[in-house]
Design a protein around this ligand. Structure first.
Ligand code: C5P
Length: 232
């Protein structure tokens, strides 16, 4: 199974991304593009990064009625991204529609993963704002099972949840885990973090790493360190 380090390119302009990517001379990278950059620059940013030989995780977290998500996904599948995502809270029917829209005429499609509960949502907010009374880890595992039932490839989760997701949904079901920090690095605003080596031990399939690489004095060295620690 492919394991990889995905770099979260949380830049606000094309210029900043290209400047960052131009530091890498030989490496073929896996880049996460989020809403901010995609909404600012549009599909041309995807074409630009793909033309440099990199893979793309387009992190737009779709959540709407099934028909709308299906149509939006069929547009994204033409962009030639390698991974994209939806909110599992959109229901199994919405996730099935997403897969349908994403699948090209030749049967191929980008990987599709689900966001379970956002890590910014506490159990208290779930209970009081969303009227969800179950414990948060039960909700996360249930959403992961729904994603599997709908035919998705995996979920975004905390590295701390990756082992349990694999136990619940099987080893082949992908875990994509942010919240990764070097043992001697800044934690910043992340609360529950793991090192790349710990993420590997616990069975993460892809780690999503932003500032430890993008804000490093030497991003290429930081990326290489991350790959070495994660892939072993
Ligand atoms: O800079 P840092 O390594 O904290 O970046 C982590 C990336 O993963 C960011 O793009 C952030 O939005 C994303 N993410 C996260 N936690 C989640 C879901 C996504 O940190 N639960």
């Amino acid at each position: 199974m492919a394991k990889d380090v995905i770099i979260a390119c949380d830049f606000s302009s094309k210029e900043d991304v290209i400047n960052f990517l131009s530091k890498f001379k030989e490496e073929s990278l896996y880049i996460k593009i989020g809403m901010e950059l995609f909404y600012a620059e549009g599909p041309s940013i995807i074409k630009e990064i793909k033309s440099r030989g990199h893979k793309i995780f387009l992190d737009l977290k779709l959540h709407d009625i099934p028909n709308t998500v299906m149509k939006a996904m069929s547009v994204l599948s033409k962009l030639d991204v390698d991974m994209c995502n939806v909110h599992a809270a959109g229901t199994v029917a919405m996730m099935e529609a997403a897969i349908k829209g994403l699948t090209r005429e030749d049967g191929t499609r980008p990987l599709l993963i689900a966001v379970t509960q956002l890590t910014s949502t506490s159990e208290e907010r779930m209970r009081e704002d969303l009227l969800i009374q179950e414990p948060i880890d039960k909700v996360v595992m249930h959403y992961a099972q729904n994603a599997k039932k709908a035919g998705l490839d995996g979920v975004v989760c905390s590295p701390l949840e990756a082992g349990k997701v694999h136990d619940t949904c099987g080893k082949e079901f992908l875990t994509i885990t942010p919240g990764v920090r070097f043992a001697d690095g800044e934690v910043g605003d992340q609360v529950r973090v793991m090192t790349p080596a710990q993420a590997r031990e616990i069975g993460s399939d892809y780690i999503v790493v932003g500032r430890p690489i993008t804000a490093a004095e030497d991003p290429v060295a930081a990326y290489k360190r991350c790959v070495t620690e994660f892939l072993g």
